[in-house]
Write a protein that binds this ligand. Structure first.
Ligand SMILES: Cc1cc2nc3c(=O)[nH]c(=O)nc-3n(C[C@H](O)[C@H](O)[C@H](O)COP(=O)(O)O)c2cc1C
Length: 358
């Protein structure tokens, strides 16, 4: 009796799961037909109303970082929740950690719409959001109300004025497990002064004096030898100032006539090579001592494994969540477990930097 009862229960459970998967795939297909920002807002709303999903949990996926031991290495990249209002429901997707923001000192409207374009054939997006956000005070109020229950939260801060950036940094540290400092958004030209090495050193020094949490610098992709040399200098200065790590990379500057601004930043598949190069550079420059969050074109478990083999501590996703839908995190983790087994690794910890040991 007990056996037949439990087998019925498992058949019903599997049936419900399959039903949910089909429903999700229909909703996802529908969202991809809407204008990108409408789809984003509606997707976040639906997420709030939908029940919990399958969460992949396995000892082999656990990762140690400066802000704690994560259940898995897949983080939500900055920019997905710029308000701090959706963190509770995003947690249900099974991330190892979540980056909220980017937030600036004062509220901003961002650029005029349209400011996101899909390039479906490339599985890419080009965005020119321009930092729309409610400002640090309101943002932190939202975070206090909607914070994830058990998933570590990072807050991404930025501002073109050094004093305002430092102020955001101080305030955000009170509510977050760690901070990401974003000076690399291509849609805010006023940030470019941080790429003068002396200004950057001043920024690193000002932040290090106020540091109470692990802090990561978000860097742009490098597309020339000069840019690579500058980024290498910044990386070293960041490391010398005593920070824990970097997040590489932000979006790649790109023209697109579909944007109100005519120019934005590209994310998704085409960014993968840039991300990998930046991860390798950060590993090599610091002999693997710096923590590296890899972001850019990671769509599959195989992509994640490649980034980690080349030095990443964790990975983050944004665009693959748009193209693969709400089940993306669980799918990437299942694929990653499969890749671990196939490559003979016992855990993620064993994988990090393994391509440099051959
Ligand atoms: C619509 C959109 C908005 C973004 N906003 C931010 C942001 O506010 N701060 C930030 O550091 N990165 C932002 N990003 C960049 C992502 O965090 C990530 O670095 C980039 O998209 C590459 O990852 P992906 O290929 O997985 O999307 C944004 C990306 C997109 C597509």
């Amino acid at each position: 009796m007990i056996n037949s009862g439990s087998s019925w229960r498992s058949i019903i459970r599997e049936g419900c799961r399959e039903g949910m998967r089909r429903l999700e795939s229909i909703v996802h297909g529908f969202l991809l037909r809407l204008p990108p920002e409408t789809a984003h807002e509606l997707g976040l709303l639906l997420l709030r109303m939908s029940p919990g999903r399958r969460v992949i949990s396995d000892e082999a996926l656990r990762v140690r970082t400066s802000f704690g031991v994560l259940n898995n290495p897949v983080g939500l990249a900055a920019g997905f929740d710029k308000t701090g209002r959706h963190l509770g429901s995003l947690e249900g997707l099974g991330f190892g950690y979540i980056v909220a923001g980017t937030v600036t000192r004062n509220p901003r409207e961002g650029n005029r719409k349209p400011r996101i374009v899909r390039r479906r054939e490339q599985e890419a997006l080009v965005n020119a959001m321009g930092f729309p956000n409610p400002g640090i005070a309101k943002f932190l109020e939202n975070v206090r109300r909607c914070r994830p229950r058990s998933t570590p939260l990072l807050i991404s801060v930025s501002d073109e004025h050094l004093e305002s950036l430092v102020e955001c940094y101080i305030l955000a540290q009170r509510e977050a497990a760690a901070i990401e400092v974003n000076i690399s958004s291509p849609n805010t030209p006023a940030l470019r002064h941080y790429f003068e090495i002396e200004t950057f050193r001043e920024l690193a020094s000002s932040l290090s004096q106020r540091k109470t949490r692990p802090t990561y610098l978000k860097l742009p992709p490098a597309s020339s030898t000069d840019q690579k040399a500058l980024i290498a200098k910044m990386l070293r200065a960041w490391w010398d100032a005593g920070f824990e790590g970097v997040t590489v990379v932000n979006t790649l500057p790109m023209e697109d006539p579909g944007l109100s601004t005519g120019v934005g930043g590209m994310s998704g598949r085409p960014l993968f090579g840039y991300m990998l190069e930046a991860v390798k550079m950060a590993w090599e420059l610091t002999d693997g001592s710096l923590e590296i969050n890899a972001v850019g074109g990671i769509f599959t478990g195989r992509d994640a494994l490649t980034a980690i083999m080349n030095g990443a501590t964790t990975i983050q996703i944004y665009t693959s969540l748009v193209y693969r839908g709400a089940g993306a995190v669980a799918s990437i983790l299942e694929e990653l477990l499969e890749e671990l087994r196939r490559s003979g690794f016992a855990s993620i910890t064993e994988v990090r930097g393994s391509s440099f040991r051959k």
